[in-house]
Design a protein. Sequence first.
Length: 210
Amino acid sequence: MDGTLVDTEPYWQAAELELVTSFGGTWTEEDSVELVGSGLWHSARILQSHGVDLSEDEIIDRMTTRVMEQVAEQVPWRPGSRELLAELFELGIPCALVTMSVRRMALDIVAAVGFDAFAAVIAGDDVTHSKPHPEPYLLGAAALGVDASDCVAIEDSAPGIASAVAAGTVVIGVPLHVAVPSDSTFESWETVEGRTAQHVFELFHARRTA
């Protein structure tokens, strides 16, 4: 979701900076980059190490609330994301949202899409193991009633790509704020803008028949 469907990373970075500095700590852009794609509980522990004197759950709640306040002012859609979702929806291809953001934020974004784009939502507070563990994508596939090997995952971060690859999906990497070195385990796209369902079908077929 964050970085693929919507570009909320600047919102998260602003929230991290506000929170750390409110406790007298220091936080850099490099610190924020290290957290891109990570699970929120992992991120909370990193923020604690920078002086945030709150529990992990309190950090996550405060951060999520601050990001949602920014989203309420403007939803930063990624180019082409809703268009591709809309085409898949019209074709009857079920989609699952697999995000490490908490469910209340994920459902806000889902509602903002404007149509029933997702048949299932797997959020950070639904999993025992966050990305890069395969559990999130395995749960996503199970929620759709299919095998992960029959799914295509679109991801923007190294942890997300690793999670989807480990789950056995065909993976499209669309890096945004952090470069992800390309390798044979996934397909690299610069953007989903201009990409259609046919592009996805062709990639899936090519990967599965290679």
